[in-house]
Design a protein around this ligand. Structure first.
Ligand code: FNR
Length: 377
């Protein structure tokens, strides 16, 4: 299949992956309205074309938390990435490092902190969920620190998992799930050989290391389900703030009041996010939530955003609306599933090219120069 745009990777991933995995990535919560709006609301924002602005020098570099990013892009934490490509977290992290952007390892990754961190020559970011088992959280933080992680992404929009109805239809969960997954794997032999056979072990690397025993895919939903903590509030986060001396980013903020609370709490950054439409269906798209949040906290805290970003133009739109940088979820996962490390590296190159065109034709010479002025609101 010919890949000429970032969007092509979705179809390439659909062909390569067993359906239970493709739909796990592609799907969202309930009727998937927020999932759709996430994508559509970026597209609906019109850019303001400017011409004859002498755009010979153009810089996409940005500084964030004492790091230089070649593009204002970070790979978002995505669970089970090692199921979409062989040792997928390592491949994605290498691609990100080769393009000068950070990779964020999920708590529920296949490859452990200790497998991914030494494979790249820049510090990776680490994402932590709030879990009942505080011993696990402390252990994960200590291991992340030992592995050279500086930036911690703390995901707070999963006090309870959202219902993903697609998973029951696809065989990810629901009746006869195990046998259905097995049949699907057999019908996708390229994936079965590359990832299913050569990509083992398929456990949750960070969890297994803590529990001292392998935790497989079958145990995944059970372990997480038991461990999400709906009692969590800002005061429960204080010990992590005290423990973690590097930048701490709160991921999953969609409301201006919560953004202000993140500033009062002493967070260094927020990720404006609805978890890619995977949690509460019907909430605002991140594109629509961003302006009020930027108005409330811009300048007091670094603003990252994800959900629905599918191309370089969306990145420019997000920064114009007030974000400092953008996280990619599905966009990079499709590329990883379809083309491994080279696929993700190519995706980032495509994003860069698209950003260059958008900046040239809106008259933005640098990331800091991208402003609301570039939008035809
Ligand atoms: C996620 N996301 C996520 N977030 C997180 O903090 N920890 C995690 O383990 C996961 N796992 C995960 C799995 C899959 C398959 C997806 C698609 C997403 C959410 C992710 O970090 C990000 O917020 C969204 O993916 C952003 O939306 P887009 O870019 O996918 O539309």
């Amino acid at each position: 299949m010919i890949i000429s745009s970032p969007g092509d990777y979705r179809e390439a991933a659909r062909r390569k992956l067993p359906p239970f995995l493709f739909h796990y990535i592609d799907g969202g919560a309930y009727a998937e309205q927020t999932l759709r709006r996430n994508v559509e609301d970026w597209q609906a924002i019109a850019l303001r074309q400017r011409v004859l602005q002498d755009m010979t020098s153009l810089s996409l570099e940005t500084r964030l938390f004492d790091e230089t990013l070649r593009l204002p892009i970070i790979l978002a934490p995505v669970g089970l990435t090692g199921m979409y490509a062989r040792r997928g977290e390592v491949q994605a992290a290498k691609a990100a490092a080769s393009r000068g952007v950070p990779f964020t390892l999920s708590t529920v990754s296949v490859c452990s902190i200790e497998e991914v961190a030494p494979a790249i020559d820049r510090p990776m970011w680490f994402q932590l969920y709030v879990l009942r088992d505080r011993g696990f959280m402390k252990n994960a933080l200590e291991r992340a620190r030992a592995a050279g992680v500086k930036t911690l992404v703390f995901t707070v929009d999963m006090p309870t998992p959202g219902a993903r109805y697609r998973d029951a239809h696809s065989g990810m969960s629901g009746p006869h799930a195990e046998i259905r997954r097995m049949i699907q794997a057999m019908m996708h032999p390229a994936w079965a050989w590359d990832v299913g056979v050569r990509g083992t072990p398929h456990d949750l690397g960070n969890v297994s290391a803590y529990l001292g025993k392998p935790t497989g895919l079958a145990d995944y939903i059970g372990w997480l389900g038991q461990n999400f903590d709906p009692s969590i509030s800002w005061k429960d986060l204080q010990w992590i703030r005290d423990f973690w001396d590097g930048p701490m980013i709160i991921k999953g903020v969609l409301d201006a009041q919560d953004a202000r609370d993140a500033v009062s709490f002493g967070a260094d950054g927020i990720v404006v996010s609805n978890h890619g439409g995977r949690q509460l269906d019907g909430v605002l798209s991140s594109a629509r939530a961003l302006p009020a949040i930027a108005e409330a906290v811009k300048g007091d805290i670094r603003i990252l955003i994800d959900s629905g970003v599918r191309n370089g133009l969306d990145v420019v739109r997000a920064i114009a609306l007030g974000a400092d940088a953008v996280m990619l979820g599905r966009a990079f996962v499709y590329a990883l599933a379809a083309g491994g490390e080279a696929g993700v590296a190519n995706l980032l190159d495509l994003f860069e090219k698209e950003m260059r065109v958008a900046m040239t034709l809106t008259g933005a010479k640098s990331v800091a120069g991208i402003s609301q002025d570039m939008l035809a609101l």
